[in-house]
Design a protein around this ligand. Structure first.
Ligand code: ADP
Ligand code: TRP
Length: 328
């Protein structure tokens, strides 16, 4: 039996390099080996974007086209929209009964986002309970593995705790899943913070070469390297960080050139821009083709919904039974 993998993307916009390096490359490998469920987390998008919901479903379409353009294959992976799977919402309600409020308030991503997104009023129950919804996404399909970026680890820890707690209270039923993290770690954005749509610091996969150029130019390099003749410290440079993914073959040379002040940051950034733009040119073409084929996109999501519901309907039946919510 193949192991099961699940992961979701909040439908808050286009994919960026953080998504690609932090998670997507992993997903492309995984679909060759495992039973993969990849979904569009539009309910999670509501936790921050509840006021204006007009773009959420359009974002599903864009993200799906981008997944397909990158090589996620609907014949190998099940692709669906979170809100189409009602059992996820139902399981979230049951799990919220056994989740202490203090555990949610201690969640480090909750505290970080309250600070980072202070312009948005996100002190809502839905936002506080974000990890409970995520736990449902994962447990509802009995996942073994969850490919995610490093930033999601606190949520996976909560998922594991809730799976154990359910099993203890109502009898062993759920697997306790594990994360799968890529080597890329936490990909920095153009301002040095974690690259994220919500921070306005992302390089998007769909960005045209001139936009990529402008964004890379803004990136933060070694702060101690003021003149071109100063020796650089690639290990603390965000541009070098991206070179590690896009210039794998020449990485040794780039490191040497920087450390010995043989190349300036401007030139180094131009090299990076070229590498990223080249890497993404094929993607941009395919993305445009998929975006035009709305009927195909709809069909992929409809097939995905039907496939995953075969599992989620059974899971929720078992949960109700174990929680003694059925008439006998
Ligand atoms: P965003 O923060 O831009 O809203 P998402 O929440 O949609 O990104 O993230 C989707 C996936 O991409 C998750 O697995 C997440 O961990 C990963 N990811 C997002 N940003 C980064 C980053 N800067 N570095 C590494 N992984 C990331
Ligand atoms: N919280 C994830 C993020 O911000 C998205 C997500 C929602 C997810 N549900 C999930 C990831 C289930 C993995 C599994 O990126």
């Amino acid at each position: 039996m193949k192991k099961t993998v699940v992961t979701g993307y909040r439908t808050t916009g286009k994919l960026h390099l953080g998504n690609l390096l932090g998670n997507m490359l992993n997903m492309l490998d995984l679909q060759e080996k495992y039973k993969c469920f990849f979904f569009f987390a539009n309910l999670h998008a509501l936790t921050t974007d509840y006021r204006d919901t007009s773009e959420i479903m359009n974002n599903v379409k864009i993200q799906l086209a981008e997944f397909l353009a990158l090589g996620i294959n609907p014949d190998k992976s099940v692709l669906y929209v979170q809100s189409d799977i009602h059992e996820i919402a139902e399981l979230t309600l049951y799990l919220s009964m056994i989740t202490p409020i203090s555990r949610m308030q201690r969640n480090p991503t909750y505290k970080e986002q309250l600070k980072e997104l202070s312009n948005k009023d996100i002190k809502m129950m839905g936002f506080l309970g974000y990890p409970i919804l995520m736990t449902s996404d994962i447990l509802i399909v009995h996942a073994d593995y969850i490919p995610v970026g490093e930033d999601q680890l606190p949520h996976i820890e909560i998922t594991r705790e809730l799976a154990r707690k359910f099993n203890k209270l109502y009898g062993k039923y759920f697997k306790v899943p594990k994360e799968l993290i890529t080597k890329a770690g936490r990909v920095p954005g153009t301002d040095g913070r974690k690259m994220s749509k919500s921070y306005g610091n992302a390089i998007y996969l769909s960005d045209e070469p001139d936009v990529i150029k402008k964004k890379v130019r803004m990136m933060i390099t070694d702060p101690e390297r003021i003149y071109k003749t100063d020796k650089g410290h690639p290990e603390i440079c965000d541009v070098f960080y991206l070179h590690k993914s896009f210039s794998k073959e020449e990485i040794g040379d780039i490191e040497k050139e920087c450390k010995n002040a043989l190349i300036g940051c401007t030139q180094c950034k131009e090299n990076l821009t070229g590498k990223i733009s080249n890497y993404l040119s094929d993607f941009r073409e395919k993305r445009a083709v998929f975006l035009n084929d709305t009927d195909y996109l709809k069909k992929v999501l409809e097939d995905g919904k039907n496939a995953v519901r075969e599992i989620t309907i059974e899971t929720i039946k078992q949960v109700r039974y174990r929680m003694k919510l059925v008439n006998s």
